[in-house]
Ligand binder design. Structure first.
Ligand code: ATP
Length: 256
């Protein structure tokens, strides 16, 4: 983890009619960190993810990724910059093989830009081979190799979560956002997913921000924990400090 913030949000606000979902969230995420976003149910965590990845338009606030203003930018622009969130597989994707899902998640082929030159077929084939190799490597890491030719719809809930992360990694992102990656996943697959996040952070400097209710995983794997309650950030510290924070204990007990 470096001291540099790869992502910054300042006073982000969103209401739905009379419901104030995010009431002024300010935070930063340090580069190459694994940062957890926690908070009681209804604290505004998922809405915040939707706001910063362009799926909802904030009423107010400022967001920046890698020093660039991304406030109000559409999801595909934000994704292209290298800030990507995982998605649940849609109906169309579940009717496709696991491997095809991976191939489809790769960004546009650079060969397209070579259109009209003699190089094109070779560049395209080389690119396809690279994408194929990358897909197989990720499937191997996530223990999905033997399911590569099965329909994605036949995967268990946990295997789908792994495929969702593997798909996101096909874009070679710099900042990955995950909404409850461990929910519904068996502990072995969960441990594998966390190990893989640690390795990517360590070896490739990828940054992760994950929403999670599994406190053990948060305490053991996050470098930093940001706590939201009632639409804003009430704590931001290392795991052991957050666990002892009176405002955090209050927010959880109050929500219970
Ligand atoms: P959980 O941990 O239970 O997933 P959360 O922290 O992710 O909760 P959000 O799902 O962001 O919380 O919800 C924050 C508040 O905003 C809740 O009161 C919720 O009902 C409300 N809310 C979220 N999305 C919408 C929407 N599209 N329309 C109306 N209200 C919404």
């Amino acid at each position: 983890m470096t001291e540099r913030a790869i992502f910054e949000a300042e006073d982000v606000v969103k209401s739905f009619g009379g419901i104030r979902a995010v009431t002024g969230a300010t935070m930063d995420v340090r580069e190459a960190s694994i940062t957890a976003l926690i908070g009681p149910n209804g604290a505004g965590k998922t809405t915040f993810f939707n706001l910063i990845t362009g799926f909802y338009r904030p009423d107010r606030g400022r967001t920046a990724f890698d020093g660039r203003d991304i406030h109000g930018r559409p999801p595909h622009v934000i994704a292209r910059l290298g800030m990507i969130r995982t998605f649940q597989l849609t109906k169309a994707l579940t009717a496709m093989s696991v491997l095809d899902n991976m191939m489809l998640a790769a960004p546009n082929q650079p060969g397209e830009r070579l259109s009209g030159t003699l190089l094109r077929p070779f560049a395209w084939r080389r690119r396809e081979r690279e994408v194929h190799a990358q897909a197989l490597e990720l499937l191997e890491i996530f223990s999905l190799t033997r399911l590569a030719h099965d329909y994605a719809g036949t995967l268990s809930g946990g295997q789908r979560k792994l495929l969702e992360l593997a798909r996101a990694l096909m874009t070679q992102p710099r900042f990955v956002l995950l909404d409850e990656p461990l929910a519904g996943i068996n502990p072995t697959l969960g441990a594998r997913l966390l190990e893989h996040m640690q390795r990517l952070r360590r070896e490739e400097g990828v940054t992760f921000l994950f929403i999670e209710h599994d406190m053990e995983a948060v305490m053991n794997h996050a470098d930093r924990v940001i706590v939201m309650a009632e639409g804003r950030v009430i704590a931001d510290a290392e795991p052991h400090a957050v666990r002892a924070d009176a405002a955090v204990i209050d927010a959880y007990l109050g929500a219970g």
